[in-house]
Design a protein around this ligand. Structure first.
Ligand code: CP
Length: 341
């Protein structure tokens, strides 16, 4: 029994990890999926607790992390900031440094989710995770912040590989903005673009004017594409990006104006987004593709982001990807938190 060389590492963004290290996660996740309850895996976190610190709600992330901890022989504990007397701009309380150092004395890792309405400017959620990572002696796992969602993107790539084969070079993913009433953070789409480009996929990002993503992240996606011989494109045309796509990923995201005057303007964002009804992934647009797979990180805003016949159709891999969250997270936890590998 020993530790992986990845023991102790934080997982805040896949871009912070080497490609070979990401391969190790996916390789172990695939083994864990194939042989889910093997005794090789069921004691890796025996007697250990993983803290899950949720500022925002979740279905998949909470449930899959709880199942992951159970299946590794450990326990996942749900924490909410409102129960923790933490210091904020407006209230006195415990500092991040103290909270992180104390939590490190109890648990084997801390997952944190903070995005959308729980922050007052873009980047604040990611900053909080990095502050926890600075002070904690145990791994910090990003369970979705306002910039990145690495567990989701690893599950996306695992699902795409399961359907298109291990080598994704030359395969095109279209990441397309979709209208909707949820005003979502950029985390899932930015991380998908970063990771798919690491795996050699051609990346096209389509969105109406005024919905640009983080320019620094886009620079990294371009760099990944150029290092991996892949193409990168953006378009403001609702249909062009579908041409030649092997994977279509539709998702609403908020505009860069969502945070101003120190607040998240959710209602404004929703009203603006609903003004683009043509930005829905439907069967007519999917006909322009190379019989593309459809994926989405979920929860889906059906009827806005995608039609039911595409979301529930034969080329949809949404449930495979959602399942893969479990396997990917088990692999991350085993590699970064287990001393029994
Ligand atoms: N994809 C995802 O993170 O889902 P939840 O918001 O339900 O956790």
């Amino acid at each position: 029994m020993s530790k992986s060389h990845l023991f102790g590492r934080d997982m805040i963004c896949s871009q912070d990890w080497k490609k070979e290290e990401l391969d190790e996660i996916l390789e172990l996740a695939k083994k864990m999926k194939k042989d889910r309850f093997s005794p090789k895996f069921t004691k890796l976190l025996e007697h250990r607790t993983f803290f899950m610190f949720f500022y925002n709600p979740s279905v998949r992330t909470r449930q899959s992390f709880e199942c992951a901890a159970t299946e590794l022989g450990g326990h996942a504990q749900f924490l909410e900031p409102k129960t923790m007397r933490l210091k904020t701009k407006k209230t006195a309380g415990e500092t991040t440094e103290d909270a992180a150092k104390v939590m490190s004395r109890y648990a084997c890792g801390i997952g944190i989710r903070i995005l959308e309405d729980k922050i007052s400017y873009y980047g604040q959620g990611d900053e909080l995770l990095r502050e926890y990572a600075k002070y904690a002696d145990i791994p910090i796992v990003n369970m979705a912040d306002d910039k990145f969602h690495p567990c989701q993107a690893l599950a996306d790539v695992m699902g795409i590989q399961e359907h298109l084969g291990e080598d994704l070079k030359g395969k095109k993913i279209l990441i397309t903005w979709a209208h909707g009433a949820l005003a979502r953070s950029w985390c899932s789409v930015q991380e998908a673009a970063l990771l798919c480009s690491r795996y050699g996929m051609d990346v096209t990002i389509a969105y109406p004017q005024g919905y640009d993503l983080d320019p620094k992240v886009i620079e990294d996606v371009k760099k990944n594409c150029s290092e991996n011989g892949a193409k990168f494109e953006t378009t403001n045309d609702v249909k062009d990006g579908y041409k030649g796509a092997h994977v279509v990923y539709s998702r609403n995201w908020m505009s860069p104006n969502a945070y101003h005057d120190g607040e998240f303007h959710k209602q404004e964002e929703i009203e603006k987004a609903l003004g683009y009804p043509e930005w829905i992934c439907d069967a007519e647009k999917m006909k322009l593709t190379e019989n593309a797979l459809f994926t989405h990180p979920m929860p889906i805003d059906r009827g806005h982001e995608v039609t039911d016949d595409v979301a529930s159709g034969p080329r949809s891999i949404i449930y495979d990807v959602a399942e893969n969250r479990l396997h990917v997270q088990k692999a991350i936890m085993a590699l970064t938190m287990s001393e029994r590998l």
